[in-house]
Design a protein around this ligand. Structure first.
Ligand code: FE2
Ligand code: FE2
Length: 384
C-alpha cells in the first residue's frame, strides 16, 4: 500500500518531514531488484477497484515519497529492512522527537511507541479504502477516486498537529506548509509515550530524550566517559545534560537553553558548564588536548567563524573559576560511539538522585522559571 506525500502530511501533520526529504541533496538510488518489482507491479499503490470495471488510479503512484531523492549525511539512518526485501527503512529524527520510518515504497512504519496508538497507519488507510469502495462508481476517473480517498482519510482523522514554534519558522524558510482543515491537537499526543503526572528527570529521559536514539545515547555515553575518566559527579551530571536542549527542546543556542532548563535543579556550576560548553567547543585548548572539532569543519565549513557573542562568552569563560568544568564537558563530548555499547539511564539513577533536585510536583509543574520549558517537552506540538 503506497500513498502520496500530501496524504502522509495530512495523516501526521508533519509537513517538515516530507519537505525535508524532498529538499535533500544527496541521492540514494533504488535497488535494481526493487525497480524490477515496480515494473512488474506498476500500480501497487492505490488500487481501489471501481465497479463494475476496475480502473486503476495513478495519481498516488506518481507521487511516492521521494525516498530515493536526497539524504544529507548524518541526518537520517538508512538501513535495509530486514524482511528480505530490497526496501530501505529511513528513520528521520526530528526536532519534535518523532522518528518517522518511511519505506522506499512510500509506506510509513510508525516507531514502536506510535504503534500503540488506537489506530495504526495501515488500519487508517484500510478503513479509508473501505469507505471509498462504497462510494466509487465506474464513471469516475483516477483523480476523482484519489480525491475520494483523501477525503475519507481526512474524515477519519481526529486532529491535525501543529509544528512546534521553532520548527514552524524552519518550515516557512523552506517554502511553507500546506493549509489543512481540521482541529489541532493539544496536549497529550497519542504518538508519544504518555508522561506521568509528576514526571522526573528519568521519565524525561525514558519517554522523550531517548526516543532520539543517537542524541540520547550521546548524552549517556558522554556521561559514561566522564565517569570512566574519574571526574566528579557534578561534571558527570553536566555531561549527562549538556545537550539536553538540542535533544529534547531546541537546537539553536542549545547550551544556553539547556542551562536555563536545568538551572533550578542543579548546582550552579553544573548549569554554568552546560551553558558555556557551547562556546568552548569552538576554541581549542592545547593544554587539555582539545582541538577544534573536525566535525565542525565538515558541518559548518572551513570558513565558518563563531559570531561575536560566542567569542565574547568564550573570553569570559576562559577567565572564570569554573572554566575547567565547561572545558571538561567539551573534552568528554563524544561524537563517535561504539554501537555495541549501550549505556542505560538507570546507570545514573543514584547520581541523579544525589545531584538533581527533583521537584515534588514533577518537572513542568513546580512553577520555576523553566517549568514551561519542561512542559513544552511533554507537549511539544501544542498549538499554543
Ligand atoms: Fe553541545
Ligand atoms: Fe555534545
Amino acid at each position: 500500500m503506497g500513498t502520496s506525500v500530501a496524504m502522509i502530511e495530512r495523516h501526521y501533520g508533519q509537513t517538515n518531514v516530507l519537505m525535508g526529504l524532498e529538499h535533500e541533496t544527496a541521492k540514494r538510488r533504488k535497488p535494481k531488484k526493487a525497480q524490477a518489482a515496480d515494473a512488474a507491479n506498476p500500480d501497487a499503490t492505490a488500487n481501489i477497484e471501481a465497479k463494475p470495471t476496475a480502473k486503476k488510479s495513478h495519481k498516488l503512484h506518481k507521487q511516492p515519497i521521494k525516498t530515493d531523492a536526497t539524504i544529507p549525511a548524518g541526518a537520517v539512518d538508512m538501513t535495509p529492512v530486514d524482511d528480505g526485501s530490497d526496501e530501505y527503512e529511513i528513520c528521520l529524527e526530528q526536532l519534535s522527537f518523532f522518528t518517522y520510518c518511511l519505506r522506499r515504497t512510500g509506506q510509513i512504519r510508525p516507531p514502536e511507541h506510535a504503534r500503540r496508538r488506537p489506530m495504526t497507519h495501515d488500519e487508517l488507510v484500510t478503513e479509508a479504502r473501505a469507505i471509498v469502495a462504497r462510494q466509487v462508481t465506474s464513471d469516475m476517473d483516477s483523480e476523482q477516486k484519489d480525491e475520494l480517498l483523501e477525503q475519507a482519510l481526512m474524515s477519519l482523522l481526529d486532529r491535525k498537529v501543529a509544528m512546534p514554534f521553532f520548527g514552524k519558522a524552519g518550515i516557512l524558510g523552506a517554502g511553507g506548509g500546506a493549509a489543512v482543515p481540521g482541529r489541532y491537537l493539544m496536549h497529550d499526543d497519542p504518538r508519544l509515550p504518555p508522561m506521568p503526572e509528576k514526571p522526573t528527570l528519568i521519565d524525561f529521559f525514558e519517554k522523550r530524550i531517548l526516543l532520539m536514539a543517537r542524541g540520547g545515547q550521546h548524552l549517556l555515553q558522554s556521561a559514561r566517559l566522564a565517569q570512566k575518566n574519574g571526574l566528579p559527579e557534578k561534571i558527570v551530571l553536566a555531561c549527562l545534560l549538556h545537550d539536553i536542549a538540542v535533544t529534547a527542546h531546541i537546537r539553536s543556542d542549545h547550551g544556553y537553553y539547556g542551562a536555563q532548563l536545568i538551572e533550578p535543579y542543579v548546582d550552579e556550576e553544573v548549569s554554568w558548564a552546560v551553558r558555556y560548553h557551547q562556546a568552548l567547543r569552538f576554541y581549542p585548548d592545547p593544554q587539555m588536548n582539545y582541538e577544534y572539532p573536525e566535525l565542525y569543519t565538515r558541518t559548518f565549513g572551513e570558513e565558518y567563524r563563531p559570531p561575536a557573542y560566542i567569542q565574547r562568552d568564550y573570553e569570559q569563560a576562559r577567565n572564570h573559576k569554573w572554566y575547567m568544568s565547561a572545558r571538561l564537558v567539551t573534552c568528554n563530548d563524544l561524537y563517535s560511539f561504539d554501537p555495541n555499547v549501550k549505556v542505560e539511564i538507570d546507570d545514573f539513577k543514584d547520581l541523579i538522585g544525589r545531584n538533581f533536585r527533583q521537584p515534588e510536583e514533577g518537572l513542568g509543574f513546580d512553577n520555576t522559571p523553566s517549568s514551561h520549558m519542561w512542559r513544552s517537552i511533554i507537549w511539544p506540538n501544542n498549538f499554543l
